[in-house]
Design a protein around this ligand. Structure first.
Ligand SMILES: [Zn+2]
Length: 235
């Protein structure tokens, strides 16, 4: 809730215009749990068609984990707000003289990733399809995420807004570091499987060469490798 309140304050510092839409890029708690701060404004909450299920099945866990992480005062008022305008494929939102293009993606970072582009300015909001600095967190499909990045690279976009990292980044070079990490993870886990290594052995060593490049590497890498192992062992 505190993050949502701050976002709303930042919006209000710029404009008194009505807030018509609140758009979820995916369901992870650090991206979705601020929504309650906007409820009184009665916007339309917008998200991937798979997002209501994600929030129904994981929402309670997200709430508990976030309460522990940010403390009672910052958590107060936080609750799950599910989107009611669901997107599958491409949808345009007309803000009045300005159009936003919403697009859902095949399972990659998660199974409910949605991007937003403002074609007038050439800015693309990538949500957690792009991490910078903070190690990417895989909660979907590694192969899908790499494919999505490949398609995104071809977009004639000037600037992107990453889900973690600086306020904006130049495109497509902003994708280089993350793509290198995801490829290294895929190659190392694939090799471990070919060598007959156990999940534990693979998770302990995969993408180790990337450790110096990312914050929170030790919090997420083994989990990423575990997810990649389950995905790749069937290929
Ligand atoms: Zn995320």
């Amino acid at each position: 809730m505190i993050a949502g309140k701050r976002l709303l304050e930042a919006v209000r510092a710029k404009t008194d215009l009505p807030v018509l839409y609140v758009i979820f890029t995916h369901g992870h708690p650090d991206h979705a749990l601020g929504a309650a701060a906007f409820v009184d404004l009665k916007p339309v909450f917008v998200g991937h068609s798979a997002l209501p299920d994600v929030l129904a099945s994981h929402g309670d866990d997200y709430l508990r984990a976030t309460q522990r992480l940010i403390g009672e005062a910052n958590f107060a008022g936080t609750r799950i707000v599910a989107p009611t305008l669901l997107v599958e494929g491409v949808k345009e939102l007309d803000l009045g003289g300005r159009k936003l293009k919403l697009e859902t993606w095949p399972v990659g970072h998660t199974n409910a990733d949605l991007t937003v582009s403002d074609e007038a300015s050439g800015v693309l909001f990538l949500g957690d399809l792009l991490f910078s600095g903070h190690i990417p967190a895989l909660d979907g499909k590694l192969g899908g995420w790499l494919n999505n990045l490949k398609k995104l690279r071809e977009r004639p976009v000037r600037l992107v807004i990453p889900g973690h990292g600086p306020a904006s980044m130049a495109w497509p070079q902003a994708a280089d570091a993350q793509e290198a990490y995801l490829r290294r993870l895929r190659d190392d886990v694939g090799e471990a499987i070919r060598k007959g290594w156990t999940l534990r052995e693979a998770a302990g060593t995969a993408a180790a060469s990337e450790r110096p490049k990312w914050r929170l590497f030790d919090d997420f890498n083994a989990r990423n490798a575990t997810s990649a192992y389950h995905e790749l062992e069937w290929e």
